[in-house]
Design a protein around this ligand. Structure first.
Ligand code: CA
Length: 507
């Protein structure tokens, strides 16, 4: 990965046996599985083990050349302190603008652009989920065929809304997340809310006056179906109310038409899940290349997952466009450090058994492979969890690394396309936004042939370059955004739950 590295990873399917002689003249001392590291030179005890040109750990004993280098041989570096960081020191040559790329999207009244035309039904509290489920089924069966321009109906269900300390520090995060999800460009500005009635998160608190631009233009108040309303007699009358209220929104959504818009209207969220040692070698660099293309085309790109970039904080503050953005990044990291410390853990709690089986020794190695998703563009802005994106270019949207929480927060930020890289494999998908899944290895792409949209493993196979896969991804995104192609997660309707990030107490 870097000329300074004293370890490399085995790319071969099935790994390599002890005694294998490598072309660089080293004989393997141990069997080394695919994706795992071997020592290129003798590494003395206490010396740094370098990958991506940075110490991912320090040798706990002498490691002879040709040895398998695994997490039990490494002492993890301590986390970089959040002071004396390089601030906005990297001034990359400006990326040449990329002009002329367009897609067919749904232009909204607030200027945002959707890639899908969906009716979303917002809920204030989990109590109503069962009723909304049935109502959504009935809307799909009875109404959707009458409105052929509407793609689908989505119940925005979650576990928040009651039984929570709603005025506690941090409670604003799940509330603004839910509010901003309701305003995602794919929902066309049509907001309808189903409330129970007695919950803590009252509809007016979730969507205060002025929060829905399109309602202001039409002079409408918030559309709420309240299940405890005395007009409801019996379960079926509640379902009927929701179905009836849905009709007016479907009528308006059905009038939307795709129009040609510049690629700069894309808002792409990138994240990874089920990572392996190939993530930083194939899929994430290809996403990074594609991210640069998107930024050059004037689009918005978000990268996230605090614990997976924490160890690269010095790279991020250096790439910040100005000191204010660098400081915002430090503030988000500091907040997350203290959040983890409340549970007496640190960023090392991130790695999973699957990461380690895939060859990733620790969070430092994982982070260095993760951050390359962000490409090389300057970082223009920083979002706190649940906030809505306002800026074009590259943004760090601070979120947990948990796949569904990160995805949920990126939906709230206004994402209209999602790129997800995976090495171990996950069937992950979201109802509100198309999810493009990218495999790090050909072996995974082959086995999961109807779940993986793009195979970046061809880079490790030597069949394609990072640039080629990055360009392929860019064109595929424009096709998916235009509705010309559907991702596998869309075709199979693989929809993970929305999971609101709630750092505040429950009661
Ligand atoms: Ca993730």
């Amino acid at each position: 990965m870097n000329p300074q590295d004293n370890v490399a990873i085995v790319a071969n399917d099935g790994g390599l046996l002890a005694g294998t002689e490598l072309v660089i003249g080293i004989i393997l001392r141990n069997q080394v599985s695919q994706g795992h590291k071997l020592a290129l030179v003798d590494i003395p005890c206490d010396a740094p083990v370098l990958r991506y040109g940075i110490p991912i750990g320090y040798a706990l004993k002498d490691i002879p050349a040709g040895s398998w280098v695994h997490e039990r041989l490494l002492k993890m570096p301590v986390a970089r302190e959040l002071n004396n960081l390089p601030i906005a020191t990297v001034k990359p040559n400006p990326l040449a603008p990329l002009q002329g790329y367009t897609f067919e999207g749904y232009r909204n009244a607030d200027g945002s652009v959707g890639t899908r035309n969906l009716l979303a039904i917002t809920t204030t509290v989990q109590c109503v989920a069962g009723v909304v489920d049935l109502a959504v089924e009935r809307i799909k069966q009875e109404l959707l065929p009458l409105f052929p321009n509407v793609d689908d109906v989505v119940g925005l269900e979650h576990t928040y809304g009651c039984g929570v300390a709603i005025d506690a520090e941090g409670a604003e995060i799940p509330i603004r997340t839910l509010r901003n999800i309701s305003l995602n460009p794919n929902f066309g500005g049509e907001v309808m809310v189903v409330s129970l009635g007695c919950e803590k998160l009252q509809p007016e608190r979730l969507m205060p006056p002025g929060s829905i631009p399109i309602n202001d233009q039409r002079g409408e108040s918030l559309d709420v179906v309240c299940l405890q309303n005395e007009a409801h007699v019996g379960f079926m009358s509640m379902v009927a109310s929701i179905v009836q209220q849905a009709r007016q929104h479907l009528e308006r959504l059905n009038k939307r038409r795709r129009e040609t818009v510049p690629a700069s209207e894309l808002v792409v969220g990138v994240q990874c899940g089920g990572s392996d040692a190939f993530s930083g070698l194939t899929a994430n660099p290809a996403v990074g290349f594609c991210s640069d293309l998107l930024v050059r085309a004037g689009a918005s790109v978000m990268f996230s997952e605090v614990t997976e970039v924490r160890d690269a904080i010095d790279q991020l503050t250096a790439r910040a466009v100005n000191p204010q953005v660098a400081q915002a990044m430090v503030d988000q990291m500091a907040w997350y450090d203290s959040y983890l410390a409340r549970g007496r853990v640190d960023r090392s709690a991130n790695t999973t058994p699957g990461n380690k089986r895939g060859g990733l020794s620790n969070i430092v190695e994982k982070a260095m492979g993760s951050i390359v998703k962000s490409g090389t563009a300057p970082i223009q802005s920083v979002l706190a969890p649940g906030e809505r994106l306002k800026q074009k270019g590259l943004t760090f949207a601070a979120t947990p690394a948990s796949d569904f929480i990160c995805g949920t927060l990126q939906v709230a930020a206004g994402m209209n396309l999602h790129i997800f890289t995976t090495g171990r494999g996950t069937p992950y998908g979201l109802a509100p936004v198309p999810v493009v899944k990218v495999a790090t290895r050909t072996d995974l792409a082959r086995r999961w042939h109807d779940l993986i949209d793009i195979n970046a493993g061809l880079i490790a196979d030597g069949e394609k370059s990072i640039d080629e896969v990055g360009w392929e991804m860019f064109h595929y995104l424009l096709d998916v955004a235009s509705g010309r192609k559907k991702t596998y997660a869309e075709q199979w309707k693989l929809h993970n739950a929305l999971v609101l990030f709630n750092p505040a107490p429950v009661t």
